[in-house]
Design a protein around this ligand. Structure first.
Ligand SMILES: Cc1cc2nc3c(=O)[nH]c(=O)nc-3n(C[C@H](O)[C@H](O)[C@H](O)COP(=O)(O)OP(=O)(O)OC[C@H]3O[C@@H](n4cnc5c(N)ncnc54)[C@H](O)[C@@H]3O)c2cc1C
Length: 461
C-alpha cells in the first residue's frame, strides 16, 4: 500500500480514506452518525475508515441535565454510548492534544487522569473538528473552595443531592445563620446552564419543602447573578425577556450587570455591594472555545473559534476552503445569516443542524473535491427556542413567532429535545421517565455523595 503520510495533497484513491472526528458530543456524534449512514457500504468494504476521538465513552445531552438535577430523568438516560450507536466507526476514548493539518496528523492522549501521558499519533485525510467549548472561570476568591460546576452528569446528580441536603440541614439546625445560608442558593451566569438548573431546582425544592414541617417555600432564597444586561445570551432577546419575567414572578432574585467579587468563607460579595452567606454556589458563567484549538495550525477568530466558511469548511489562507478540514458546533465560527453574518450562537440546535450539513458536504467533497459544486452553505431554519423552568413550566417561541408559556410550552420544549436526542433507545427511555413521573410523586431524597469504594474488609456489612 502506498505511503501517504505527511502528504497534504489530494486524497490518494489507492488507499482507504481516513476520516478523523474530534469530539463525540452533539456535533461530533451527529456528524459521525450521518457519515456512517452515507458511507456504510464503503466502511464495510474497508474503503473508508471513520474514527471518533472522545475522552468520554458517551455523548452527554446537556439540554436535559437540568431535568436530571431535578430528578425527572434518570442520569444514565441523558448520555448516549458512542460504541453502541457508531457501530461502523472506530471510537477511541482519548483526548486530542495537537493537530498539524499541514501534514494531516493529530496526537491523542489515552491516559487516565493522574497517569503519565500516553500519546498516540493518528494520520488522517479528512478532519472534522467538534471539540465544543469549556467552562469559563474567573479568579474569584473562594470560588475554588465553594463553587461547583454544572456541565456533567456527575455535577448534576451532585448538585441535586447537595440542594436536598441543605433542606435537611435547615430543617434540623437551631443556628439561624446556618439555616439562612443553607436556604440560599446562588447561581452565577444566566446562560442555558444557570437558568435551566436554577429553575428546575427551585421547582424541585419548592415541592420538597412540603415534607419539612418548619420550612416554607418563601424561606428559600434563589439568586441569579449575571454580568451582562440580559439572560440567555444564546437565545433570542424576546425569549430571554419572557424567561426573566417568569423567574421574577417566582421570586427569583435576578441581578443583571452584577458580578460575584468574592465567595471567601462562604460569604457572597456581589459587585452591587450586597454580602450574604450561602452554602450553595453554582458557577455557570459562560463558555469559551475548547483550548485544544490553539494547539492546531488552523485559523482562529479573536474569540478562539475555528474560522469557517458557511459551507463548514475551515477557511484557508487564500480565503477559500482549506482542503480536508471541517468544523461544527460550539468550536466553530460559522456565519449566521439570521444574525447578519455574525458567528452562530453556541447552542444544540446549531450543533445538530451544522453536523448534518457538514456530513452531506464531506460526502460531496469525497467525490468531487473541496470546491465541488454540490457543497452547500449553512442556512439554518429560524431559531426554535424554548427553555424549561420546572415541571409543567417553560417558555417557548414557535418558528412563526408565537409565544407560549406553561404546559403547552413545556410539551413543545420536551418534544423538541426528544426529537434531537441522537438515539432512538434513549428517546424511549427518557419518554418512559417522563410518563412514569406523571403517575408517581416526585422523588426528593438526597442519596449522599459518590464515595471511593472502600477495600472489602472496610465496607459495612
Ligand atoms: C448545562 C447545559 C445546558 C444546556 N442547555 C441547552 C439548551 O437548553 N438548548 C441548547 O440549544 N443548548 C444548550 N446547551 C448548549 C449545548 O449543549 C451546546 O451548544 C452543544 O452541546 C454544542 O455541541 P458541540 O458538539 O459543539 O459540543 P459538545 O456537545 O460539548 O461536545 C464536545 C465534545 O468534545 C469532547 N472533547 C473536548 N475536548 C476534546 C479533545 N481534546 N479531544 C477530543 N474530544 C474532546 C467533549 O468531551 C465533548 O463530548 C447547554 C449546555 C450546557 C453545558
Amino acid at each position: 500500500m502506498p505511503d501517504r503520510r505527511r502528504a497534504p495533497g489530494p486524497i490518494d484513491r489507492r488507499c482507504a480514506i481516513r476520516i478523523l472526528i474530534v469530539g463525540g458530543g452533539c456535533a461530533g456524534m451527529a456528524a459521525a452518525l450521518h457519515l456512517q449512514r452515507g458511507l456504510r457500504e464503503r466502511l464495510r468494504r474497508g474503503e473508508v475508515h471513520l474514527t471518533v476521538v472522545e475522552p468520554q465513552a458517551y455523548l452527554t445531552y446537556h439540554p436535559l441535565l437540568a431535568e436530571v438535577a431535578a430528578g425527572s430523568i434518570d442520569p444514565r438516560h441523558v448520555v448516549v454510548p458512542l460504541r453502541r450507536e457508531l457501530t461502523e466507526c472506530k471510537v477511541l476514548t482519548a483526548r486530542i492534544t495537537r493537530i498539524e493539518h499541514a501534514t494531516r496528523r493529530a496526537w491523542a492522549d489515552a491516559a487516565g487522569r493522574g497517569e503519565p501521558p500516553a500519546p498516540v499519533e493518528l494520520d488522517y485525510d479528512v478532519l472534522v473538528l467538534a471539540p465544543g467549548a469549556v467552562s469559563r472561570t474567573a479568579p474569584v476568591p473562594g470560588l475554588a473552595e465553594h463553587g461547583r460546576g454544572f456541565s456533567t452528569v456527575g455535577e448534576a446528580v451532585g448538585l441535586r443531592n447537595h440542594v436536598l441536603e441543605q433542606l435537611d440541614l435547615a430543617a434540623t439546625t437551631r443556628d439561624p445563620g446556618l439555616r439562612q445560608a443553607a436556604l440560599t442558593f446562588v447561581f452565577v451566569g444566566a446562560g442555558y446552564a444557570g437558568v435551566g438548573a436554577l429553575a428546575e431546582l427551585e421547582d424541585m425544592a419548592r415541592y420538597a419543602v412540603r415534607g419539612h414541617h418548619n420550612i416554607a417555600p418563601e424561606d428559600l432564597r434563589w439568586v441569579l447573578v449575571e454580568a451582562t444586561d440580559r439572560i440567555l445570551a444564546e437565545e433570542s432577546p424576546e425569549l430571554a425577556d419572557h424567561t426573566l419575567d417568569q423567574l421574577r414572578e417566582r421570586s427569583v432574585d435576578v441581578r443583571l450587570r452584577t458580578t460575584l467579587e468574592s465567595a471567601a468563607g462562604g460569604v457572597m460579595a456581589l459587585s452591587d455591594g450586597s454580602r450574604f452567606a450561602a452554602r450553595t454556589l453554582v458557577w455557570t458563567a459562560g463558555v469559551r472555545p475548547n483550548p485544544v484549538l490553539r494547539d492546531t495550525d488552523l485559523p482562529l477568530d479573536t474569540a478562539g473559534r475555528i474560522r469557517c466558511l458557511p459551507t463548514l469548511q475551515v477557511l484557508g489562507p487564500d480565503g477559500r476552503a482549506l482542503p480536508g478540514a471541517w468544523a461544527a458546533g460550539d468550536c466553530a465560527a460559522v456565519p449566521d445569516p439570521h444574525a447578519d453574518g455574525a458567528p452562530c450562537a453556541p447552542n444544540a440546535q446549531h450543533a445538530f443542524a451544522q453536523a448534518g450539513l457538514l456530513a452531506a458536504n464531506v460526502l460531496v467533497a469525497l467525490e468531487g473535491g473541496p470546491h465541488a459544486p454540490g457543497i452547500t452553505e449553512y442556512r439554518p431554519e429560524a431559531p426554535a427556542c424554548s427553555t424549561s423552568l420546572g415541571l409543567g413550566r417553560a417558555v417557548a417561541h414557535t418558528r412563526r413567532g408565537g409565544r407560549l408559556t406553561g404546559r403547552r410550552a413545556w410539551w413543545l420544549h420536551r418534544a423538541r429535545h426528544l426529537r434531537r436526542l441522537p438515539s432512538s433507545e434513549r428517546r424511549v427511555r427518557v419518554l418512559v421517565d417522563w410518563v412514569l413521573a406523571g403517575f408517581f410523586p416526585r422523588e426528593v431524597v438526597p442519596l449522599g455523595r459518590p464515595e471511593r469504594a472502600a477495600p472489602a474488609d472496610e465496607r459495612p456489612a
